[in-house]
Design a protein around this ligand. Structure first.
Ligand code: ZN
Ligand code: ZN
Length: 225
């Protein structure tokens, strides 16, 4: 991220025993800029707060869609994460995909999902970015691509919208036309993965569609929130 050469101090175990050395892809200084989320959080969106009661936003979701998704995120969307997303997604630096893979995948496994569904990206993003940022980060997991974007919806990118615009955006997804894929969701614990949880709008649209496939449960994990 900063271009500094990373020096690794091996401990005795690592020097003597035949073991895989943990590879670090960012330096300690950069790593410290990222804020890991933990402690007491809203039982819905996973934001840090004083109790596990649903926050106001999640109460609104419950009222609006009739359920609350159980979301967990690994990092706070702070300045460092904003910068990371800019470099990774919008500058399109595909090398940065692996920086958080281990931590992100650990959080995903903790939810014990049967099937993992990534949020898809639309055609124009494919053309400009060339990769799906979510599937890039989760390279070791088997993903079920049960969602597709609705063609022709030339959406402004979410990050350029303000809260009101995000909340009023239309359903951008549809279920995959491949029955072999969609039938994998039924009676399973389904987990949606995305890069950032902002208002929850995107995740709730995805969850609404997946619910029609009769999963046992639906939850979500995002890298940041
Ligand atoms: Zn660095
Ligand atoms: Zn909440």
């Amino acid at each position: 991220m900063c271009g500094t050469q990373i020096e690794i101090d091996f401990n005795l175990r690592e020097l003597v025993l035949p073991m895989k050395i943990k590879k670090r892809s960012i330096c300690h200084q950069c790593d410290q800029e990222f804020e890991r989320l933990g402690g007491i959080r809203c039982d819905g969106c996973g934001r840090s707060q004083k109790s596990i009661d649903l926050c106001e936003d999640c109460q609104k979701w419950e009222h609006q869609v009739g359920f609350v998704i159980n979301n967990r995120s690994a990092f706070e969307y702070n300045d460092a994460m904003h910068e990371y997303m800019k470099q990774y997604k919008f500058t399109g630096d595909y090398r940065l995909r692996s920086v958080f893979t281990t931590e992100f995948e650990k959080l995903i496994s903790k939810q014990q999902p049967d099937v993992i569904v990534p949020i898809p990206i639309n055609k124009s993003t494919w053309q400009t970015r060339g990769f799906n940022q979510v599937t890039g980060i989760t390279s070791n997991l088997r993903l079920i691509e049960a969602l597709e974007t609705i063609n022709g919806s030339k959406e402004t990118r979410q990050s350029k919208k303000n809260r009101a615009e995000r909340m009023s955006s239309k359903q951008p997804f549809k279920l995959s036309g491949d029955v072999e894929i969609t039938k994998k969701i039924s009676h399973q614990r389904a987990l949606i993965v995305d890069d950032v949880y902002t208002t929850g709008r995107t995740i709730y649209y995805a969850a609404n569609l997946l619910l029609t496939l009769s999963p046992m449960s639906i939850s979500s994990v995002t890298l940041a929130r």
